[in-house]
Write a protein that binds this ligand. Structure first.
Ligand SMILES: Cc1cc2nc3c(=O)[nH]c(=O)nc-3n(C[C@H](O)[C@H](O)[C@H](O)COP(=O)(O)O)c2cc1C
Length: 184
C-alpha cells in the first residue's frame, strides 16, 4: 500500500483541523496505508519565519514529502485562505515537492462563505508544486466537529459521510500513484 504524509496546517494548540485529520488518518491506516503525521505547529518558528531552508526540521519535512506517495493537507481557513503557517512551510519546500503525488486538500472553517477556499486558494498552490493528481477536497464547518472532554471526537453525520467518501476516493487514487511516479 501507499505511504501517506498527513499535514496539519493549524497553528492552534487545540486545533479542530488537527483532531479531524488524525481521525481521518485512522481510516487510511486501517486501509493499509503507512501514514506519517506532520504538524506544522511543531516546526520551529525560527525556521519558518527566518526562511531557514537548511534547518534540520525543514530538511526533515522535505524528506517526508519526498518519500510520500500521497499527501493529505488540512488547513483552517484564516482570512478567507489557508493558514499562514502552512504557507510558510510550503514556501520552504522544493518548488516541485508534490511531483508525482496524489493530494487530498481539506479545510475547516467557521462560515460557508469560504467553502471554496480550497479551490481558489489552496489548489493553485498545490498545482504549482507539481501535484500529479489533486482529488476532490472537503470543507468542514467547525461547528460540525465536537471535541469531547475525554479528547474523543465526533463529526456531524452528513459531514462524516462526505469526509469518508473523499478519503476513500483519495485511497483509491493512491493505488495508481506508483504507476504515475514510475512513468514520470
Ligand atoms: C484568525 C482567524 C481567522 C479566521 N478566518 C476565517 C475565515 O476567513 N473564514 C472562515 O470560514 N473561518 C475563519 N476562521 C474560523 C476557523 O477557520 C475555524 O474555526 C477553524 O475550524 C479553526 O481551525 P483550528 O482549530 O484548526 O485552528 C478564522 C479563525 C481564526 C482564529
Amino acid at each position: 500500500m501507499a505511504t501517506v504524509l498527513s499535514v496539519s496546517g493549524s497553528p492552534s494548540a487545540s486545533s479542530r483541523t488537527h483532531r479531524l485529520l488524525r481521525h481521518l488518518d485512522r481510516r487510511l491506516t486501517a486501509q493499509g496505508h503507512e501514514v506519517t503525521p506532520l504538524d506544522v505547529r511543531t516546526v520551529p518558528a525560527e525556521a519558518l519565519l527566518g526562511a531557514d531552508f537548511a534547518h534540520p526540521a525543514i530538511v526533515e519535512a522535505a524528506e517526508l514529502f519526498a518519500r510520500a506517495d500521497g499527501v493529505v493537507i488540512a488547513t483552517p481557513v484564516y482570512k478567507a485562505a489557508y493558514s499562514g503557517v502552512l504557507k510558510a512551510l510550503l514556501d520552504l519546500l522544493p518548488q516541485y515537492a508534490l511531483t508525482g503525488k496524489t493530494v487530498l486538500p481539506l479545510a475547516t472553517g467557521g462560515t460557508t462563505a469560504h467553502v471554496l477556499a480550497i479551490d481558489y486558494a489552496l489548489r493553485p498552490v498545490l498545482n504549482s508544486m507539481g501535484a500529479a493528481h489533486i482529488v476532490q477536497g472537503w470543507f468542514t464547518l467547525d461547528k460540525d466537529i465536537t471535541v469531547h472532554e475525554d479528547g474523543t471526537l465526533s463529526v456531524a453525520s452528513l459531514t462524516d459521510e462526505a469526509l469518508t467518501q473523499v478519503v476513500d476516493q483519495f485511497s483509491t487514487a493512491l493505488g495508481r500513484t506508483p504507476l504515475l511516479a514510475a512513468a514520470s
